[in-house]
Design a protein around this ligand. Structure first.
Ligand code: ADP
Ligand code: ZN
Length: 432
């Protein structure tokens, strides 16, 4: 473990640390950020009212829109001269948001990523290819500083350029690959096409995150890339990658809760949910200086459990992200997440992990959902009859999982768009 002492603290001691830090971040926000002062005042809550973790519920939530409204720098709690870096979210869902970091924040980030990598089983002997985008996106630089802190050898290749990625992976004897799961799947394809013998690659660990992926996708990537695929989670508003990460037991992501205090709420009533229930993840940053956030609503769905893990860590674990509320399609009143579809597609077989969900509205104002997925090379070379059978089989499986009728279309290998960052799985053509 990178920080064994913290990662194995008993719950009581962890709560003590969190309580002290919570009090201090609440005060800091109230004193330094006009938005928080106004929000607290209008909620009738004052920093003096926060005495224990149970008082957290007295505080107002912060939403993505609050960050947009104060774009770019109005939520900063540190003077401009102390800000050493800014990042912005990829803006997949509208106007970007910007966050700042002080020296101490950058250090904290490197610590959390070093912990994540150590948690994943990466050591200073590893060579890590960082194929997350470098730039305003937090993925590349976030992983970078943490990997250096851990002492691994960093190959800062950034995203794109798949042929070069594959060549360097072989030439440098890369052991650890960090990128989005969809780019991982794309690279696997490119590696196969390169004709380089499998045994020339030395990969053993994959650090995959930044987008939802299913357990079946994990198994697919693990067998194609011949590595242990680890899930890492984070978001720009809270830090970037390194908020939580899995260990090789792959049974939930360990949240670095001495820095990021998680809650699960019912997204409709906004009430906290009991342990183990699925709801929206909410985070309060406990130690960040430049851009602290109080009760940030992530729109990501997950659940929390507090039992210690077989790896020895006592940190609270969050389940892999089940979907994100703004990725969810509502088809004829039924909630559909791309990850549910993905799980079915890959468990049925005969298809590759490249798919899209296309929602449309017919002339009779009915919602239609079409699922396009690439068939495997083997199936493509098989008889039409076989292809039709697989199509029907997939349709039935998806219909029984989702409980709605869908169309399924198997398309030729390598015809759907490939992603070098976050995959775009949903195309919604309905005018809602
Ligand atoms: P954007 O909202 O523009 O995509 P970010 O780059 O900050 O901005 O992305 C953060 C979001 O990415 C998270 O809120 C979550 O929805 C998704 N994400 C990050 N890591 C994971 C992961 N391991 N599994 C599923 N989703 C993830
Ligand atoms: Zn563990």
């Amino acid at each position: 473990m990178w920080n064994g002492e913290i990662e194995t603290l008993c719950r009581e001691q962890m709560r003590e640390i969190q309580t002290e830090r919570l009090k201090s971040v609440v005060r800091r926000c109230y004193e330094k950020v006009p938005h928080y002062r106004e929000a607290f005042d209008s909620f009738g809550v004052h920093p003096d009212d926060i005495r224990s973790l149970d008082d957290l519920v007295k505080l107002p939530f912060t939403c993505k829109n609050d960050l947009r409204d104060h774009y770019p720098f109005d939520l900063f709690a540190a003077p401009k001269r102390d800000i050493v870096r800014v990042h912005a979210s990829s803006g997949t869902t509208g106007k970007p948001i910007a966050v700042g970091y002080t020296h101490a924040d950058i250090e904290l980030w490197a610590e959390c990523v070093a912990r994540s990598l150590a948690c994943a089983g990466v050591t200073s002997d590893d060579i890590i290819q960082i194929a997350y985008g470098y730039g305003l996106f937090t993925g590349g630089l976030g992983l970078h500083y943490g990997a250096e802190k851990l002492g691994a050898t960093v190959v800062p290749i950034s995203g794109g350029n798949t042929k070069r990625q594959v060549m360097l992976m072989r030439d440098f004897g890369v052991t650890t690959l960090a990128c989005t799961p969809s780019f991982g799947a794309y690279l696997a394809e490119e590696m196969k096409d390169s004709g380089i013998p499998e045994e020339d690659f030395k990969l053993r660990v994959g650090i995959f995150g930044a987008e939802p992926w299913s357990q079946s996708m994990r198994r697919e990537i693990e067998s194609k890339l011949n590595l242990c695929a680890i899930d890492i989670y984070g978001l720009t508003e809270i830090l970037g990658p390194g908020v939580s990460c899995e260990c090789p037991y792959q049974c939930g992501l360990h949240v670095f809760e001495d820095h990021f205090l998680p809650e699960i709420i019912d997204p409709d009533t906004e009430e906290p949910l009991p342990e183990g229930e699925i709801g929206e993840l909410v985070f309060t940053t406990l130690t960040k200086e430049a851009a602290p956030v109080i009760r940030f609503r992530t729109r990501d769905l997950s659940r929390l459990y507090y039992e210690p893990c077989a790896c020895g860590r006592t940190l609270v674990r969050m389940e892999r992200i089940l979907g994100r509320t703004d990725d969810m399609l509502i088809i004829r009143g039924v909630n559909v997440f791309p990850s549910q579809v993905e799980a079915v597609l890959l468990s049925v077989g005969d298809v590759d992990p490249h798919y899209q969900l296309i929602a449309d509205r017919s002339a009779r104002h009915m919602d239609d959902l079409e699922i396009r997925v690439e068939m495997s090379e083997a199936l493509f070379n098989d008889e039409i009859r076989k292809i039709e059978d697989v199509e029907v089989h997939i349709r039935k499986e998806i219909e029984s999982t989702l409980g709605i009728s869908v169309k399924v279309k198997l398309v030729e290998p390598k015809t759907l768009p490939r992603s070098e960052g976050k995959a775009k799985r949903v195309v919604d053509r309905r005018e809602l």
